[in-house]
Design a protein around this ligand. Structure first.
Ligand code: KIV
Ligand code: NA
Length: 265
C-alpha cells in the first residue's frame, strides 16, 4: 500500500468510500491501526483527558502534542498523520504558524487540526499559503468548554445549523482539506457533507459524513466512567482482542454500519 494523502481522501469522497479515522497517542497503537487498515490517525488533544487524566483538553501544551505525535509517527507510516493544535496555540497568526511548524517538523505530522469557524479563516489561509494541510473542526469544540459552559450537541436550531454550514463552506474556501464535525444532529451532518467538496469526518455527526473518528480508548472499553453516546465498544463480543476490535471498527465504518441511529443525535 501507499501512504494516504489529501488526494487519497478526496478520491475516497468522490468514490463514496468511507474514511476510517482513529485517535492514537503512542507508537504501539499507531502500528496496530496501520495493520488494521485505518486511513487517518489523529493525535488528538483528547490525550489530555484519556492519557494525562485531566478534566478537559485545555491544559494540553504544544510540547505534549509534539511528544505524542513523534511517537505515533515512529509507529506508523501509511495512515495520514494529523495533530491537534492545542488550546491557545493559535491565538495569534505568528504563534499559530510557529506551532504548526513544530507539529510538522518535530512531531512528524502531515496535517494540523484546529477548532473554530469564521474566527480562524485568516489562520487557515496563512497555513495553506505555507503548504500546511489543514483539518478544521466545527460543532462541539472541546477547547471552548469553559466559554460554552459544558459539552452539548450543537446546531440543533436552524439559525445555528445555517451558521455552521456557512462556516464549513468558508473554511473550505479558505483552503481547509478536511473537516471534523463533532456532536451535531445527523441531518446537519448530511447537509454539510453534501454541500462540501472536501471530506467530512464525523464524531456523533451521523452516518452520512464521509468518514468517522472515535477516541480509541472509548472503542476498546478502556475509558473509565461514562462512555459517550456516539461511541461504541468494539472489543466486546469478538475474539480477536485489540487487533480484532480495531478491524471490527474499520469494517463497520467502511460498510456504513457505524454509527447506527443509537449513536447519533
Ligand atoms: O482530540 C480529539 O481526539 C479530537 C477528535 C475526537 C475529533 O479532536
Ligand atoms: Na481534539
Amino acid at each position: 500500500s501507499k501512504p494516504v494523502t489529501v488526494a487519497t481522501l478526496r478520491r475516497m469522497k468522490a468514490n463514496g468510500e468511507k474514511i476510517v479515522v482513529l485517535t492514537a497517542y503512542d507508537a504501539s497503537f499507531a502500528g496496530l491501526m496501520e495493520a488494521a487498515g485505518v486511513d487517518v490517525i489523529l493525535v488528538g488533544d483528547s490525550l489530555g483527558m484519556v492519557v494525562q487524566g485531566r478534566d478537559s483538553t485545555v491544559p494540553v501544551s504544544v510540547d505534549d502534542m509534539v511528544y505524542h505525535c513523534s511517537m505515533v509517527a515512529r509507529g506508523s507510516h501509511l495512515p495520514l498523520l494529523i495533530a491537534d493544535l492545542p488550546f491557545m496555540s493559535y491565538a495569534t497568526l505568528d504563534q499559530g504558524l510557529r506551532n504548526a511548524a513544530r507539529l510538522m517538523q518535530e512531531g512528524g505530522a502531515r496535517m494540523v487540526k484546529l477548532e473554530g469557524g469564521s474566527e480562524v479563516l485568516g489562520f487557515v489561509r496563512a497555513l495553506c499559503h505555507n503548504g500546511v494541510p489543514v483539518c478544521a473542526h466545527l460543532g462541539l469544540l472541546p477547547q471552548s468548554v469553559h466559554k460554552v459552559g459544558g459539552y452539548r450537541v450543537q446546531g440543533r436550531d436552524e439559525v445555528s445549523a445555517r451558521r455552521m454550514l456557512d462556516d464549513a463552506l468558508a473554511l473550505q474556501d479558505a483552503g481547509a482539506d478536511l473537516l471534523v464535525l463533532e456532536c451535531i444532529p445527523a441531518e446537519l451532518g448530511t447537509r454539510i457533507s453534501e454541500a462540501l467538496e472536501i471530506p467530512t469526518i464525523g464524531i456523533g455527526a451521523g452516518v452520512d459524513c464521509d468518514g468517522q473518528v472515535l477516541v480509541v480508548y472509548d472503542i476498546l472499553d478502556i475509558t473509565l466512567g461514562h462512555r459517550p453516546k456516539f461511541s461504541r465498544n468494539f472489543i466486546a463480543g469478538q475474539e480477536g482482542g485489540v487487533r480484532g476490535a480495531l478491524e471490527a471498527y474499520v469494517r463497520a465504518v467502511r460498510q456504513g454500519e457505524f454509527p447506527a441511529p443509537e449513536h447519533s443525535f
